[in-house]
Design a protein around this ligand. Structure first.
Ligand code: DGL
Length: 278
């Protein structure tokens, strides 16, 4: 089926997931919306995130996507159950998120069963990762919010003393629990994998959800006979909810690569809600 896959994030970070989908499913078209007008979602109240995310997902559905991907940990944590009910059960549109794939990958990698996870304040505060690990039978989970990591990546700063200092601050309490696996539970963190891996040390394996989530997309499209023909010419549409091409375009090329040639402005989700928690 030629219709695009709809991928959504609070901003540019979900492009790490779009990248993995393009790599695993090169014939598939993608419509991506980054809710740049309202992101970052990490500091927002869960209710705000739910409203904003549903608004963007509704827009993707109105654009005729065949599948939805919530490529944002904070949104996945706040509203995946509601979204599954609304789109998959209610409309027959399959939907995937990024938390369970990351948990699955971490469980498969860990030898000691001691796992760490870092994410935004919203993701870690929601307890979504902690619950998913408990359901998977993992007893030793150390979780920490690392909010400044998002700011660094958005500013294009991925090396240097400031990044390393923040990495020490966030990771040291967590490393004291001796995890052998660390989940990068935020779309932005793979761009800091160098600094995070350096501070965590060679005995800690880093796991991010992009490849595993793309694997879920592959499986669902195959199982439901929704794959595009292998010789299809894919098209990529990138939309942001703020009018400015920059800095979305600059960051998007960094996250995804040359497939991002320009960015469309969509009115979607330009809703300012109260409720920041910091
Ligand atoms: N996309 C968000 C996530 O994966 C990070 C940026 C934000 O705070 O919105 O949690």
């Amino acid at each position: 089926m030629q219709r695009p896959i709809g991928v959504f994030d609070s901003g540019v970070g979900g492009l790490t997931v779009a990248r993995a989908i393009i790599d695993q499913l090169p014939a598939e078209s993608i419509t991506y919306i980054g809710d740049t007008a309202n992101g970052p979602y990490g500091p927002r109240a869960q209710d705000d995130v739910r409203h904003l995310a549903l608004d963007v997902l509704d827009t993707l559905v109105a654009q005729g996507v065949k599948m939805l991907v919530i490529a944002c940990n904070t949104a996945s944590a706040a509203m995946f159950d509601i979204a599954r009910e609304r789109y998959e059960t209610g409309m027959g549109i399959p939907i995937v998120e990024v938390i369970h794939p990351a948990v699955r990958a971490a469980v498969a990698q860990s030898r000691s069963g001691r796992i760490g996870v870092i994410g935004t304040a919203g993701t870690i505060g929601s307890g979504a990762y902690q619950r998913a690990f408990a359901e998977a039978g993992v007893a030793h989970v150390a979780a920490a919010a690392a909010p400044r990591f998002v700011e660094f990546v958005e500013a294009g700063v991925t090396t240097g003393d400031e990044v390393l200092e923040a990495a020490h601050e966030y990771l040291e309490p967590l490393l004291a629990e001796h995890p052998d696996t660390l989940v990068l539970g935020c779309t932005h963190y793979p761009l800091l994998a160098g600094a995070i891996g350096y501070v965590a040390g060679p005995d800690v394996r880093l796991v991010s959800s992009a490849e595993e989530t793309a694997g879920d997309v592959y499986r669902i499209l195959s199982d439901r006979d929704l794959l595009a023909p292998t010789d299809a010419q894919p098209s990529y549409q990138f939309e942001a909810t703020t009018a400015a091409q920059e800095p979305f375009l600059r960051l998007a090329r960094r996250f995804l690569g040359p497939e991002v040639t320009h960015v469309e402005f969509t009115q979607t989700g330009v809703i300012q809600l109260p409720g920041r928690t910091d």
